[in-house]
Design a protein around this ligand. Structure first.
Ligand SMILES: *Cc1c(COP(=O)(O)O)cnc(C)c1O
Length: 323
């Protein structure tokens, strides 16, 4: 594996310039109740309020805005049933290029509709009999489209890093930072910003207990592959870290810690009750892990990235009701 093209903090700075005027500078929220509970000063970076309802707009827009003329004409292809699909579709629409999104036939109808709503061409595949990567590659080859993966790409990583750049620039240096972890685009980009702007800050990746491949990979020093994990954290149902994300995580992250689905539901309840925020399960990973580390956070300045809020009202209610 060659690391010569690993993203750097300079790439995050360049991404922030490209995103200016397109991405929202999301608010940093505080909660006296949660500060009192943890005995710390908590700073929540609210990517639930980012365009498309999650940080993924940052990485997708940064990657697409680097396309040359030829790539813009042919357009972009992505495979995703989640937030990356909408991020690529909206970015392509804003930049005036065609987008094709490959989605499983059992993707939530509202997500397919939202993606089409941004003007993307949605190609449906059968999750059980077809290989989405093969379909994506075929489209890319035959029609000259550029494939943008959800996390394992230097421009995606650099874009995701802009959220924590904004956070630290706004509130100052931190003692600890908690970031949701799926394939590691958000975590690796966040770690680049934290190392540059708050060098002594401890950076924690927070992943669902059922899919602890990131924790095992971090601790064993190699990328571990697992089956698609069963968890309510659908934004983090990844099977492995990426070739581009893993080396940065190994170098710049302090530990990876897991949270149970029950802890994520507690987080959803807390965010709704105390901060009036509707957060999707994956967006609650940071708070859930910070709660576990309460005894060592006493008196500290703690950043928590709330990564997204895309959960239907029905699912939100049924999760809180224990269903
Ligand atoms: C994609 C996603 C994640 C995980 O991000 P990675 O870059 O894959 O680690 C976390 N939270 C939400 C809301 C997401 O959409």
């Amino acid at each position: 594996m060659s690391h010569s093209n690993l993203s750097t903090y300079e790439d995050v700075v360049a991404a922030a310039e490209r995103l200016r005027g397109y991405a929202h500078r999301t608010p940093v929220m505080r909660s006296r109740l949660l500060d009192a509970e943890l005995g710390a000063q908590l700073f929540f970076k609210c990517e639930t309020l980012q365009r498309i309802g999650a940080f993924k707009f940052r990485g997708a827009f940064n990657a697409l805005s680097k396309f040359d003329e030829h790539q813009r004409r042919a357009g972009v292809v992505a495979f995703s049933s989640g937030n990356h699909a909408q991020a690529v579709a909206l970015s392509a629409q804003l930049l005036g290029m065609p987008a094709t999104i490959v989605m499983p036939q059992d993707a939530p109808p509202n997500k397919i509709a939202a993606t089409r709503g941004y003007g993307a061409n949605v190609v449906i595949y059968d999750r059980y009999t077809e290989d989405r990567e093969a379909i994506g590659r075929k489209l890319a080859q035959e029609q000259g489209m550029t494939l943008i993966p959800p996390y394992d790409h230097p421009d995606v990583i650099a874009g995701q890093g802009t959220a924590v750049k904004e956070l630290i620039e706004e509130v100052g240096e931190l003692d600890a930072l908690f970031v949701s972890l799926g394939g590691g685009g958000l975590l690796s980009g966040s770690a680049l910003s934290a190392r540059a702007l708050s060098p002594k800050c401890k950076v924690y990746g927070c992943e669902p207990e059922a899919g602890n491949d990131g924790q095992r990979s971090f601790r064993e020093g190699r990328i571990i592959h697992i089956e698609t994990p069963k968890t309510i954290a659908d934004g983090a149902q990844t099977q492995h870290l990426g070739e581009h994300t893993f080396p940065i995580i190994r170098r710049d992250v302090d530990d990876v810690i897991t949270a149970s689905d029950a802890e994520l539901v507690e987080g959803m309840r807390s965010f709704a009750a105390t901060m009036k925020l509707m957060v999707e399960p994956t967006g609650c990973l940071g708070l859930a892990v910070a709660r576990q580390l309460k005894s060592q956070l006493r008196g500290q300045r703690v950043g928590i990235v709330i990564s997204g809020g895309n959960v239907s009202l029905d699912r939100f209610c049924s999760l809180l009701a224990g269903g």
